[in-house]
Unconditional design. Sequence first.
Length: 110
Amino acid sequence: MPRQHLTDFELMILLAILRIGENAYGVPIAAEIEETGGRAVLVGAIYTALDRLEENGLVTSSHGDPTPERGGRAKRFFTVTGKGLKAVKDTKSAFTALWSGIPKLKRGAV
């Protein structure tokens, strides 16, 4: 089976879910990417990517209980699947291999 490499945005989303744990839904995922990754994101873009990641079997989702503060709507929580974790590791390996051996990226290089 060929490796599945993620886009930078997909990778950030999966890493954010892994960092957050069981309470990973759109708003905290966006906040984690903004705070830790330093990248501004729209929650709508997060959900578009999450739908694609779920279609590809990299995440699963479940609905929580409806809450009054959300107008009776339930939160949709996300979990990274085994296939998703493998894609994260494969992408990390690919990036690490590409970064290694580049003189301009070594410490002290201008």
